[in-house]
Design a binder for this molecule. Structure first.
Ligand SMILES: C[C@](O)(C(=O)O)[C@H](CC(=O)O)C(=O)O
Length: 302
């Protein structure tokens, strides 16, 4: 329950909360929420912070993750998720949607939308998923300028700098770039597409700032647990596209059933019931704001 019904939190409060969750003893598990409903369900499951993935956001619009979306589009989706959940949101801003000046505009827009934290990567446009081949990087100097621009325009934004160098130039270069990004003001580092336990451990021995692990599915990183990442010195782990992937498979199953059997009856048990849906979106609390609306009463099987 949030936004109109709850007291919303400010960007500064959300960013401070994010930083304190990162510095807590246990690793911060951050599930991707491609839309507000996914965010609300993740909140009900007990997660304290959410991630808006570029891959999941673009896929939810039927688009590939090649970096041709704009900052105001992403800010709009992020704003909806924050209004609904009132949780600190880490937003994937890809390359910052252009050069240094575009990054500055993106940072300002993210603060307006009350985003707690952003993740910016060192790829050239058009960017690619970090677990694919054929990535090209901008120079360290350009990325450093981008990080400085964010910190100048939006000092309260928590900045996670992602380096894609591991798959392009190697792990030593990824380490060197990370050190430069920290020097430029990044609050945390996201070494993208590390391939094994040894690489995670090696990386955390090289850096003293908080580190983020990407536990995406069908990528280059094997399926490690949150505890394993934590033991290796990582402070955050994201599950960026999981919500989108399970939702799309669920649609596929029920649409096939309706097409083939002419009914969705077999799938009812796997559906969110009307009562569960209304509870998740605080239906009653919104209804109570207007005494002219008759109070909705549901039967127990609805
Ligand atoms: C983290 C990521 O940038 C994303 O957009 O969520 C992607 C995830 C993915 O494509 O699986 C990534 O580049 O790792």
């Amino acid at each position: 329950m949030a936004w109109i019904v709850d007291q919303p939190r400010t960007q500064k409060e959300l960013a401070e909360e994010f930083a304190s969750l990162v510095s807590a003893d246990s690793i911060l598990q951050i599930p991707g929420a491609h839309d507000p409903m996914a965010g609300l369900v993740a909140k009900e499951a007990g997660f304290l912070s959410l991630y808006l993935s570029g891959a999941a956001y673009t896929a939810s619009r039927g688009l590939p993750d090649l970096g041709f979306i704009t900052s105001n589009e992403v800010a709009e989706r992020a704003r909806d998720i924050i209004r609904a959940t009132n949780l600190p949101l880490l937003v994937d801003i890809d390359t910052g949607f252009g050069g240094v000046l575009n990054v500055a505009r993106t940072a300002a827009e993210m603060v307006e939308a009350k985003i707690a934290a952003v993740q910016i990567e060192d790829q050239q446009l058009p960017k690619k998923c970090g677990h694919l081949n054929g990535k090209r990087l901008v120079s360290t100097e350009e990325m450093v300028q981008k990080i400085r621009a964010i910190k100048k325009v939006a000092p309260t934004l928590y900045v996670v700098a992602r380096t894609d160098a591991r798959g392009v130039e190697g792990k030593q270069e990824a380490r060197d770039r990370s050190l430069a990004y920290v020097e430029a003001g990044a609050d945390a580092i996201f070494p993208e597409a590390l391939e094994g336990a040894d690489e995670f451990k090696w990386f955390s021995n090289q850096l003293s700032v908080p580190l983020l692990a990407n536990m995406t599915e069908f990528g280059k990183t094997p399926y490690f647990t949150a505890d394993e990442f934590s033991q290796w010195g990582f402070d955050m782990v994201i599950y960026p596209v999981t919500s989108m992937r399970v939702a799309a498979k669920a649609y596929e199953m029920v649409f096939t059933e309706i097409k083939e059997q002419g009914t969705q009856k077999e799938s009812l048990e796997r559906m969110q019931k009307r009562s569960e849906l209304y509870s998740t979106i605080s239906y009653n609390q919104f209804e109570e704001l207007d005494q002219q609306i008759a109070k909705t009463i549901l039967s127990k099987d609805q």
